[in-house]
Design a protein around this ligand. Structure first.
Ligand SMILES: Nc1nc2c(ncn2[C@@H]2O[C@H](COP(=O)(O)OP(=O)(O)OP(=O)(O)O)[C@@H](O)[C@H]2O)c(=O)[nH]1
Length: 971
């Protein structure tokens, strides 16, 4: 058994800090994550041996900061034993002297501080590693020298190595002492300096290049260094920094080296360093150049991807070298820079060689914990690799997530997007195109990993003619209120469906089919066009034929017109059922005439609309009506392939207490079998049980059959498409993917058709159509507006009035507009609160006008892409008139209840009666109880007086708004 000791215990025992112990352990190849990590006894022994030897190269260098604070830095020792020993020695000496460092020295050190620190680190590194590399270190020392030199000249040389180093140090000191203006060389110095910093690396290169050259370079370096130092002294710190920055280039230079160079370096191992070599060439890439930090610091700047796009590459984890975390981190950073400049491989090699010991110094970010220092840096660099510079994109991607994946600030992405003309917030979802563009800006690629449900859906091969079998038509009954829709449905069901059925009672499942002598017909059991259009809005066009019920004694009414508009918009043929023929006042000819005016001319009048006379009450004419429907269906040649996976739509769904979610599906093609796995909207399931419209349990159902299904995982929605897939896993995956998309969709702004944007919405269409739903206060103005608008149609932009009617804007109008991508134009009419909310939900734009000229002008402008309203109306609130009081000398005061928003005294007001605008003007007075108030919020009562208007009635509504100017926009 081996004894185990915790890091913290070990630290206590050896008189070192936990960090130091962890670092030391790393250097001997033992990974310790924290002070609690248990260390094997044998490792402890090794560690101690290593420490005795001189430690794994850790060295501490204390610096005196400006404030007089001593900064202790540790440097890893070179792998080479020599180096290590030397280092350790140095450390000791340094520490001691540091404390005794004179104040005067401090300032200098401080100046050099940032860069110096780094420089020191780097310098130290080289030194440690290659004892032999006197030259290189020397260069490094310069930087270091500044600190140590002043403080302890002797130490510096010692640590680093060689006498040569000492010499430079001395020089440096001298230089510092005599701040002469940097000679011409001084300028280059900066570069040289950097090089010097990176010297270690440079040396390698130099070596590779040629011995001869090296010496020269070395000399040059030295000179440069001294010069630099001088210059630094002479110049403000900034300059020094700059010089150091150049050092970064050194790094780059190093990386620049070819493989051959690298190898040479390895071979020579820190040998004589003539880092200089790099100098000129060194800076291969300005990219890395960031050298900013001059000396040692180089790393930092380097760390970041250069503008060149050169994100720092990642060198290889030279981490193995066993340097202090800090050092590692620094190194990594540098490496990154280098990589950027030169080949990554090279850098890696270099690192591995530990040729670049110098690299540390800068304090990198604090946050590195444990080894992480290295790793994180590497990670940062890694992005360089193409494989790592990809962003996963799934359907959409939130800007914040994208920033996270890229490792950049969301703010930066937002700025970049802004530059691309896209305004986005951190939580906004981006589409693939935008994300790709944005990623490109940062040198990233977008990898689309979206789940494509199409892959799992049965290939939508075109059915062969021989596979198609006739199917029954699906019929919806529409008509005005009380014209007999329900009675007709009942009459049909009673006369056909229940024949032969016990009790004659059929279960209501949303649809049923009837058998006639001529064939079957399927009826959707939800009369009215709202349901019809609601489903259409959801993309479900299940109805083949519409039966339009018109009472013979009443004629065409508002909802009759609406039904016609809805049917036409959906392109569904209409069969007219003139109902209540049994009534005395029945006048079918009048109905025909009115319908003919709306484009539904009976066949006997030369038109193509089929009419049938029925009496739902007397159950007369039903067969003839059904016959006519089938006649129409024959013309349509409705067919479907029953031999495939079923596909259809949910027409009704409900939560059954005992059976859970159940939905009625109208199969449009294929055959649904019990046990089939399916997806419906964002839900999935397996057909556990299936019932027909008569409540009978069935095992399979073919096209156009309404069936009630059990087995959903959640409640589907009417209009959802349902299709069968091969297995439940696929169904689940698809449903999950859809649910996710739906969430994203909700998050992303809903785009709606607006008068300003409709042109841009379909820029590629040759002829664009502006769909409108017109609502006016009276028939007369409706006709006038319609006529004026129709005249505006041009070859390029057509105006299509999907529906026009007199009266308030209703929910039905919103649904129709939503399904037809239309804009609602309200002329002297307004929607009530509920309708307004639905319009907002559905993203339907409603525009209001009270002057035909203005209406026409705006539509005209919109058609030419020039619409730019400069006055915008801002809705404030609505109030209901619950009482009226006549106040002498003041006039009529309306006692109101604020139902929405707020009422403000300065606001403009519209008085609405049944949705029609009666008055538009100003609020003359606004009171709460007996006090004049500025505004009254929702939920409170108040008294409102209108300016020059007294005809207020209980039940009226008041809409308050204000107008504001909006800057005109281009396009
Ligand atoms: N005389 C006569 N009355 C009928 C006929 N059909 C329906 N009615 C009557 O008209 C009224 C309205 O019938 P419904 O079937 O409810 O009309 P609807 O169109 O479904 O009405 P909503 O559901 O309100 O839209 C009822 O009182 C029926 O009895 C008919 O053919 N002749």
């Amino acid at each position: 058994m081996t004894a185990k000791v915790r890091v913290e215990d070990l630290a206590a025992e050896l008189g070192l800090s936990n960090k130091e112990i962890i670092q030391q352990l790393r250097e001997i190849g033992v990974q310790a994550k924290s002070q609690k990590t248990v260390v094997e006894d044998e490792d402890v022994d090794r560690l101690k041996a290593e420490l005795k030897k001189g430690g794994s190269g850790k060295r501490e260098v204390r610096r005196v900061g400006e404030s007089g604070v001593i900064i202790r830095r540790r440097r890893k020792k070179a792998k080479s034993p020599r180096g290590e020993e030397a280092v350790s020695e140095v450390e000791d000496s340094i520490e001691e002297p540091e404390e005794s460092v004179p104040v005067t020295v401090e300032p200098e050190a401080v100046e050099a501080a940032p860069a110096e620190k780094e420089a020191e680190v780097t310098a130290a590194a080289p030194e440690q590693e290659p004892a032999p590399q006197a030259a290189p270190r020397k260069a490094a020392p310069k930087v270091k020298i500044i600190k140590p030199a002043v403080q302890e000249p002797e130490e510096v040389p010692e640590t680093e190595v060689a006498e040569a180093a000492q010499a430079p140090a001395a020089e440096a000191v001298a230089a510092e002492a005599a701040p002469e203006p940097a000679p011409a060389e001084a300028q280059p110095e900066p570069e040289a300096a950097p090089e010097a910093v990176s010297e270690p690396e440079a040396p390698a290169i130099a070596q590779e290049a040629s011995d001869e050259a090296e010496p020269v370079k070395a000399e040059a370096d030295l000179d440069a260094d001294t010069e630099e130092e001088k210059a630094e002294k002479a110049e403000p710190r900034k300059k020094k920094k700059k010089k150091r920055e150049p050092e970064a280039p050194k790094v780059k230079i190093i990386s620049m080296p070819t493989e051959a160079e690298v190898q040479a370096r390895e071979a020579a191992k820190m040998a004589q360093p003539e880092r200089r070599p790099a100098r000129p060439g060194a800076r291969p890439g300005p990219a890395g150049a960031r050298p900013a930090a001059g000396r040692p610091t180089g790393p930092r700047p380097a760390g970041r991807p250069g503008p060149d796009g050169a994100p720092s590459p990642v060198p290889d984890p030279s981490s193995g070298d066993g340097r202090s975390k800090k050092k590692k981190g620094k190194k990594d950073r540098r490496v990154v820079e280098f990589a950027t400049e030169g080949g990554q491989d090279h850098t890696n090699k270099l690192y591995n060689d530990s040729n670049f010991p110098q690299g540390r110094k800068g304090r990198k970010k604090k946050g590195r914990r444990g080894q992480p220092m290295m790793q994180p840096d590497q990670n940062q660099a890694q992005p360089m690799k193409a494989a790592k510079r990809k962003i996963k994109f799934d359907e959409t991607i939130r800007l914040a997530d994208m920033a996270h994946q890229m490792g950049v600030k969301a703010q930066d992405l937002i700025k970049a997007l802004f530059g691309m003309g896209v305004m986005a917030t951190i939580n906004q979802s981006l589409d693939l195109d935008t994300a790709s563009l944005l990623a490109g800006e940062f040198g990233y690629e977008v990898e689309n990993v979206s789940f494509d449900e199409q892959e799992f859906l049965a290939p939508t091969e075109v059915d062969k003619d021989e596979d198609l079998k006739p199917r029954p038509p699906v019929v919806t009954i529409m008509g005005h209120v009380d014209h007999g829709k329900t009675s007709l449905l009942d009459a049909i069901r009673m006369s056909k469906v229940t024949e032969g059925e016990a009790g004659g009672i059929t279960q209501h499942i949303g649809a049923y089919h009837v058998q006639t002598n001529r064939g079957e017909i399927v009826f959707l059991d939800t009369p009215g066009h709202e349901a019809f259009t609601t489903m259409r809005m959801r993309g479900a066009q299940v109805t083949d034929i519409v039966i339009l019920v018109v009472a013979a004694d009443d004629g065409v009414m508002d909802q009759t017109r609406e039904a016609i508009s809805h049917s036409k918009a959906a392109g569904v043929p209409i069969v007219v059922a003139v109902n209540k023929m049994d009534k005395e006042g029945a006048n079918p000819d009048n109905v025909k005439r009115e319908l003919a005016e709306l484009g539904l001319s009976p066949e006997e009048w030369g038109g193509d609309t089929i009419f049938a006379h029925v009496s739902a009450k007397q159950k007369e004419g039903i067969d003839e009506l059904l016959e006519m429907v089938l006649l129409q269906a024959e013309v349509m040649e409705l067919k479907a392939n029953p031999d495939k996976h079923a596909r259809g739509h949910i027409v009704e769904a409900r939560l059954d207490k005992g059976r859970g979610p159940v939905g009625t599906m109208l199969i449009s093609e294929g055959t649904l079998n019990q046990g089939d796995s399916f997806v419906s909207g964002i839900h999935f399931g397996k057909v556990r049980a299936m019932f027909n419209d008569q409540g009978k349990k069935i095992k399979s159902a073919g096209p156009a059959m309404p069936v009630e299904i059990q087995g959903f995982d959640g409640l589907p929605e009417a209009g959802d498409e349902l299709f069968v897939v091969d297995d439940e896993k696929v169904a689940r995956r698809i449903a999950q993917s859809r649910a996710m998309k739906q969430r994203e969709k909700i998050l992303s702004a809903k785009t709606k058709v607006t008068l300003e944007s409709f042109l841009a919405s379909k820029p590629n269409d040759e002829a664009q159509t502006l769909n409108l739903v017109l609502k006016a206060d009276v028939q007369g103005s409706l006709e006038a507006v319609t006529e004026a608008l129709n005249k505006l149609s041009t070859d390029e932009v057509k105006i299509s009035v999907v529906h026009g009617g007199a009266g308030a804007i209703t929910e039905s109008d919103i649904l129709l507009a939503g399904a037809s991508e239309a804009i609602i134009i309200g002329f002297n009419v307004r929607p009530n609160l509920k309708v307004k909310q639905i319009a907002e939900q559905e993203g339907v734009e409603i525009r209001f006008y009270d002057i035909i000229y203005k209406l026409v002008q705006e539509v005209k402008d919109a058609m030419s892409g020039m619409l730019s309203p400069d006055i915008e109306e801002v809705y404030l609130g609505q109030a209901e008139v619950r009482a009226t009081f006549s106040v002498p000398k003041v006039g009529m005061i309306a006692g109101c209840f604020v139902a929405d928003g707020k009422i403000t005294r300065g606001g403009k007001i519209r008085l609405l009666r049944d949705g029609v605008v009666i008055y538009t003007g100003q609020i003359a007075s606004l009171r709460r109880e007996k006090d004049d108030v500025r505004e009254v919020a929702k939920g409170y009562e108040c008294g409102i007086g209108l300016e020059k208007f007294n005809d207020v009635k209980v039940g009226d509504n008041m809409e308050v708004f204000e107008t504001k100017e909006v800057a005109r926009t281009i396009d």
